[in-house]
Write a protein that binds this ligand. Structure first.
Ligand code: AG3
Length: 274
């Protein structure tokens, strides 16, 4: 076996490595380095600037958690926007909800979409659906132009550095609030509560903008070890007031109505961070 390892630097003092069999694809787009690699432990993985974004083995954990929680909080989501998410994993989960009529995917880097379509078909296949409008534009700018249009907005972005930085700002969250209908629901990935320095600030920003807001957790084995957080902001609907019957015909491997409730239970040390 090749002794060929990928190492992700989580902090200056903490890195994680896994063995790779092959580099299937590598390019520099105008925005970032994009790679797809094959690994014996994780399947195929999409890397952006040397940070793992998704893997065929564990993508379901992240994508089901970022999607089904907000879509179940809303009783009848029809119009959905995704910012980022060019691999199509979030769109795949969104389209499992029969009420959804359209998904606008706002991805700044069209190369992420093309590379995912080619190398990660089991994650990206839903991008080909007629319900999906792909716009390769800047999510920050697009958000400013939207008003009371969406039932759900999902920010499936990279960690805050470079172009994603402003996607965690209060100004952006205000634009998201305005882009949602009066009963809209928003979610963003908000990073690792244990290692990321932006978790607390992002959560506080969302809580200041939305009347009902809370972080929730999952464990995604390929990201920084331990919990991974998402934060939901709702204009009207309570975060745990869901109708479990809606899941009867939706196939998932991670999300259940019980997971929905459990995800919002925060360990004491994380509560205390907020
Ligand atoms: N977007 C967020 C991934 C964050 C990964 N961070 C890390 N490995 N440090 C995932 C995109 C999936 N659609």
């Amino acid at each position: 076996m090749l002794d060929f390892w990928f190492t992700e630097h989580h902090t200056d003092n903490y890195k994680v490595s896994w063995r790779m069999d092959k580099i299937l694809h590598f390019e520099k787009s105008p925005f970032q380095e994009i790679a797809v690699v094959e690994s014996p432990e994780l399947g195929r993985a999409l890397l952006l600037d040397n940070i793992v974004q998704t893997t065929t083995k564990f993508e379901f954990i992240y994508h089901e958690t970022i999607v089904h929680i907000p879509l179940m909080i809303h009783p009848e989501p029809k119009r959905v926007m995704v910012v980022g998410g060019g691999d199509g994993g979030a769109v795949k989960e969104i389209l499992k909800h029969p009420s959804v009529e359209t998904v606008d995917l706002i991805e700044i880097d069209e190369r992420v979409i093309e590379v995912s379509k080619k190398w990660l078909p089991e994650i990206s296949h839903a991008l080909r659906s007629d319900k999906v409008n792909i716009m390769t534009i800047d999510g920050l700018k697009h958000m400013k132009q939207c008003s009371s249009q969406y039932d759900i907005i999902i920010v499936d972005c990279t960690d805050p550095s470079g172009p994603s930085m402003d996607l965690f700002s209060k100004d952006f969250y205000r634009d998201v609030y305005n882009a949602l209908k009066d009963d809209g629901v928003f979610v963003s990935q908000t990073g690792s509560p244990s290692f990321s320095t932006h978790f607390k600030q992002a959560v506080q920003n969302i809580m200041e903008v939305f009347p009902l807001a809370k972080p929730y957790l999952t464990c995604e084995p390929t990201y920084i070890a331990g919990f991974w957080s998402f934060t939901v902001g709702s204009k009207k609907y309570q975060l745990d007031n869901i109708n479990p019957e809606r899941m009867f015909n939706i196939e998932t491997k991670y999300y259940t109505p019980d997971i929905h409730k459990a995800a919002f239970v925060l360990p004491k040390y994380i509560e205390q961070l907020l």
